[in-house]
Ligand binder design. Structure first.
Ligand SMILES: [Zn+2]
Length: 423
């Protein structure tokens, strides 16, 4: 899954771009124009007004409120220390203030407490040591439960965990193994993802209501995986300006061979896909993840002498009888489904068909052409986000593979009843 959370990210992007677009600031009151330099201590709440500077006692740190935008409720600010200036923005919301850093400030942290018209209340503190990773045995027989926010770190993966998460000591080696497997199957390698520090903070805050891991791998060089229960959807991948994915405690049950976990594998495929190529419509995105996820699970069963079980029904990857026909295959693809759950079975069967018919790179071979089409779509404002439209996807598939690709797929389905549920 990765679509449902995009509205939140779009809001963030809108906020950041709105600030970047240079909305007209409220002219500062002439009387207030004189720079005054009140002094406050670290960790103490202070009030700041437009064009004012507050100095922090016994330090070289000062904070200036450069502009206040009444219409949008944004505050443009600068923190200055001995060497550098750091720009940040505070947005005033009904539910409280949100702070958007432009970049990481190594030694200080800022908290936006309250906004009231032109007045903004902030607190500056010294940054404490960056949290250290929890050390675990690596043994499956050792069981852990986090008592506070903890993270685990391996060569390629960081697991940021909520309090009270249970897991076994070999979790990281299992996930590294799964990462290697999906890299092999998809032919896509883990590369460094795009990341803006402001987005890193906002997403972490969105998940935990706090920034417990601030300072840890802020450049997103590793794959960031958040583990939290009671969040909806229960797992998702975010491909935007801070890329990560989220799973829950259930998905850490890696030593249960009766019920193989698929969430890490599934979200990891989305992650590898969007860090290496264009995001398509959800039928194709989910189909690619489901297709490779099933292959990875089958390979795992083979390697560990586990009985081959039927995953299709369990994961909801089977189509209903008569759901896809030669007459409707293309229109379903173009309109997608109103019930988003149905994109999975359609996508799974379609991606299997595509790879079996056009080879193991049938999907990744579309990346370069898709990038060009997406660029045009964004330029023409046909879409306002980073996924290629269904229309664009269909056009590309027809051009690259077959004009009758959707009819061909429906015909193929008739000969492959394993993708269709009996019920
Ligand atoms: Zn998915």
């Amino acid at each position: 899954m990765f679509k449902r959370i995009t509205s939140f990210i779009i809001t963030l992007i809108l906020i950041i771009s709105a600030v970047g677009m240079g909305l007209k600031p409220i002219p500062a009151n002439a009387k207030n124009n004189k720079v005054s330099a009140h002094k406050v201590a670290f960790n103490k709440k202070f009030c700041i007004k437009p064009k004012k500077t507050i100095k922090i006692k016994k330090s070289n740190v000062s904070v200036t409120l450069d502009n206040y935008y009444k219409k949008t409720g944004y505050y443009d600010l600068t923190l200055k220390d001995k060497k550098k200036k750091y720009h940040f923005v505070v947005a005033s919301r009904d539910e409280g203030c949100e702070l958007y850093y432009e970049k990481y400030i190594p030694n200080y942290k800022i908290k936006a407490i309250k906004a009231s018209g032109k007045k903004l209340y902030l607190k500056v503190s010294k940054r404490k040591n960056i949290p250290k990773a929890m050390s675990i045995s690596g043994k499956a027989s050792d069981h852990y439960e986090t008592k506070k926010y903890e993270y685990l770190e391996s060569d390629n993966i960081i697991l940021f965990m909520d309090k009270g998460i249970k897991f076994d000591g070999n979790i990281l080696s299992k996930f590294e193994e799964q990462l290697k497997e999906v890299e092999k199957l998809t032919g896509l390698k883990h590369t460094k993802h795009r990341c803006t520090y402001g987005s890193y903070c906002n997403n972490q805050q969105y998940i935990f209501g706090d920034l417990p891991f601030d300072g840890v791998d802020i450049k997103n060089t590793k794959i960031h995986v958040y583990v939290k229960n009671d969040i909806h959807p229960h797992c998702f991948a975010i491909p935007n300006d801070y890329s990560y994915f989220l799973i829950n405690e259930m998905d850490l049950d890696v030593n249960n061979n009766d019920e193989l976990c698929n969430a890490f594998i599934h979200e990891c495929i989305h992650y590898l896909h969007t860090s290496n190529g264009t995001s398509f419509n959800s039928i194709m995105n989910e189909g690619f993840a489901a297709y490779n996820e099933i292959r990875a699970l089958r390979n795992y069963q083979k390697a560990h002498n586990i009985e081959d079980t039927e995953f299709y029904e369990r994961f909801g990857y089977t189509l209903k009888k008569g759901e896809v026909t030669e007459a409707n295959a293309e229109s379903l693809f173009l309109k997608e489904y109103t019930n988003t759950e149905r994109v999975y079975p359609y996508g799974f069967a379609f991606m299997t068909y595509l790879h079996e018919t056009y080879g193991e790179k049938a999907f990744t071979n579309l990346f370069s052409a898709a990038k060009i089409i997406l660029k045009k779509e964004v330029k023409n404002q046909e879409i306002n986000h980073n996924d290629l439209s269904s229309k664009g996807c269909a056009k590309l598939l027809k051009k690259k593979y077959s004009k009758t690709i959707f009819k061909d797929f429906a015909k193929w389905l008739n000969n492959n009843p394993q993708f269709i549920s009996e019920y």
